[in-house]
Design a protein around this ligand. Structure first.
Ligand code: HEC
Length: 139
């Protein structure tokens, strides 16, 4: 009985630790591959932005794709092969920032699946950011 309990606790700790690690490595990947352009918090001076902050991107993705699976697929495909016709953000954002350069060669499909799932889980929920997808709309 006591041994079983110990095992259980050990198992639970392992599970917990590995999910925390997955979270950390997804975030680290985002930092390494995406954060140079997509900031995670809105800066006070938006004129310094080179791309829409990630919560704005996530909001628009979620407005268009209802399931995590579809959203992850979209983010992965767009990042490797950005096209104006596929974009879910506002057209004037494309005008302001220009089309995202393809990240092919910079990030692998597997890494992208991890990053995209993390973006989906952490950004673009109701009440986050300011107003409806403003990050993508601002001039
Ligand atoms: C060199 C700068 C740069 C890097 C690095 C970058 N992006 Fe972007 N990204 C942009 C710009 C600029 C836009 C806005 C224009 C557009 O939508 O194509 C954008 C838009 C997006 C969009 C929204 C597409 C839409 O529907 O309009 C997604 C999703 C995205 N990026 C994901 C990523 C991910 C994931 C990474 C990291 C693997 C990444 N980006 C790295 C510049 C970048």
């Amino acid at each position: 009985m006591k041994f079983k309990t110990t095992l259980l606790i050990f198992g639970a700790t392992l599970l917990f630790t590995s999910s925390v690690q997955a979270q950390t490595s997804a975030e680290a990947l985002f930092e390494a591959k995406c954060a140079s352009c997509h900031v995670k918090t809105r800066p006070s001076d938006i004129s310094t932005l080179v791309a829409p902050p990630i919560m704005g991107v996530a909001r628009h993705v979620k407005m268009t794709y209802k399931t995590k699976e579809e959203a992850v697929k979209f983010i992965t495909e767009y990042t490797l092969d950005p096209q104006e016709s596929k974009a879910v953000c506002m057209p004037d954002k494309l005008k302001r920032f220009g089309l995202m350069p393809s990240q092919k060669g910079n990030v692998s499909k597997e890494e992208l699946t991890t990053i995209a799932g993390w973006i989906y889980d952490n950004f673009g929920n109701q009440g986050q950011g300011q107003g409806r997808g403003q990050a993508c709309k601002e001039k």
